[in-house]
Design a protein around this ligand. Structure first.
Ligand code: ADP
Ligand code: MG
Length: 444
């Protein structure tokens, strides 16, 4: 038979094919084969926690693999570490100090910088309420929503605001991933008591992206106890997630129900108007200059993820300043195609579709659009259609002009400018345009 080290190495290599790198690093890398005794392959682990975890999750699989080396060979995980010490270990190292350092917040993610719209209003209001009355108003607060919709931003804003109002409060902001890594780190060093001291001794626990621990039983168990300890003492807990507690498939039931004890608020993708406002706010904060029609163009074309939308805007701005060009809708269009995936950009919108929806909205017939009539009741909807055609399709001003009754491209440019001016002056008009745009895109 092969030597115990080789056997274990082969087993681990086999397991690695089935697990993520991260799981491998956490659980298997620290494991060390130390010998074979009475048909037991001995594998040494940092502590009892590891033994329990590996026994629970890997024993069966490993025993199956071991049969290939020797039908009677079995795995035995063990540790030579004594049980965890109950008291606090004496640590004068400065590592210890950094552990207890209060969380740093991203100073850009404040309530002031957060644009409120219908899609995030409830989550925003709940967060605000918490800052006035932590631990009392809504506890826990569970916020969920898709990627890049402002969950981390709001969570930070809560932290910053509470710090302002209650300077003595001990606030921890962590991603659940960091919580996990922390837990493992403390475990490895046999410092569970310290871990608990750190996490259970806070006034506010802000935990981001909880979905990360949904499939990690042991982590959930520890989090469960953290949650209870805080909740019982009326300490505020705010949790974010990419899906609702109900949809966090593999989350333990007892956590799932606790997550719903307080308030559950969702964040939806914001509407066009809010997206434009977000971009505008960003240009002000970053002191960059981008014409409004370009912002409008970006906002109408990237709608599901604010981060992607902001990123697109910033890189257009950077590109423009590097090449010293003036940013126009055309340039933005061209450039956007190179930086975001086609699925993010609108496609397949035809001028017919734009025309039909605009006609429906203004109660006109398509033939009116194409007619020579220039009365305002027809000319204005036609200009709206031209503007939307310009923004939502890839057609040139020449093509658009000829589509709408054989007009020339300067007529289209004039229409676009007129609509742009109106957007800036008239929020109701913007809202209407927003509605028509969504109808065109979504086929209601
Ligand atoms: P999530 O955590 O939901 O994935 P983030 O909070 O990281 O999303 O938000 C992504 C980016 O979008 C950040 O730069 C954030 O400031 C911005 N953002 C999202 N929603 C808003 C909003 N309503 N107002 C202003 N900025 C927003
Ligand atoms: Mg986030």
């Amino acid at each position: 038979m092969e030597n115990y080290e080789t056997i274990w190495k082969k087993i681990v290599n086999n397991l690695r094919l089935e697990i993520t790198d991260e799981t491998y690093k956490l659980w298997l890398e620290p494991a060390q084969a130390t010998g074979i005794e009475e048909k037991n392959l001995l594998v040494k682990l940092p502590n009892k926690f590891f033994v329990r975890w590996l026994e629970e999750h890997y024993s069966e699989r490993v025993n199956n693999l071991l049969k290939e080396f020797d039908p009677d060979l079995k795995i035995r995980f063990y540790t030579d570490r004594k049980d965890e010490k109950t008291g606090l270990r004496e640590t004068s190292s400065d590592r210890n100090e950094t552990r207890f350092l209060p969380s740093e917040f991203n100073t850009k993610y404040t309530f002031e910088n957060f644009v409120v719209g219908q899609a995030n209003h409830f989550a925003y209001a709940a967060c605000m309420a918490i800052t006035k009355n932590p631990g009392r108003a809504y506890n826990p607060l569970f916020i969920y929503g898709g990627v890049g919709l402002g969950k981390t931003h709001l969570l930070n804003a809560v932290g910053i605001e509470i710090k302002k109002r209650f300077p003595s409060y001990n606030i921890i902001y962590v991603t659940s991933e960091k919580f996990t890594n922390d837990l493992i780190e403390y475990l490895k060093n046999n410092l569970m008591a310290e871990f608990r001291l750190k996490y259970r001794n806070v006034d506010i626990l802000l935990i981001d992206d909880i979905q990360f621990i949904a499939d990690k039983e042991m982590i959930q168990e520890e989090f469960f106890h953290t949650f209870n300890a805080l909740y019982d003492r009326r300490k505020q807990i705010v949790i974010t997630s990419d899906s609702s507690p109900k949809d966090l498939g593999s989350l333990e039931e007892r956590l799932r129900s606790r997550f719903q004890w307080g308030v559950v608020a969702d964040i939806q993708p914001p509407d066009l108007e809010t997206r434009v406002a977000i971009l505008k706010k960003k240009t002000e904060a970053e002191k960059i200059n981008i014409p409004d029609d370009v912002l409008y163009y970006i906002a109408s074309n990237i709608k599901s993820n604010i981060r992607t939308m902001e990123g697109a805007m910033l890189s257009i701005a950077a590109f423009a300043s590097l090449t010293e060009m003036r940013i126009t809708v055309d340039k933005a269009k061209e450039y956007l195609r190179t930086i975001i995936s086609p699925s993010e950009i609108e496609k397949d919108i035809t001028l017919e579709r734009v025309q039909d929806i605009v006609c429906r909205h203004f109660n006109l017939r398509p033939s009116d659009m194409k007619s020579k009539r220039r009365t305002e009741s027809i000319a204005f909807p036609r200009q709206v259609a031209m503007y939307l055609g310009r923004n939502l399709t890839n057609k040139s001003t020449i093509e658009i002009g000829s589509f709408f009754g054989g007009r020339d491209h300067s007529t289209v440019m004039y229409a676009c400018n007129r609509i742009k001016t109106k957007i800036l002056k008239d929020p109701y008009f913007l809202a209407m345009l927003n509605k028509i745009t969504n109808q065109i895109k979504e086929g209601e």
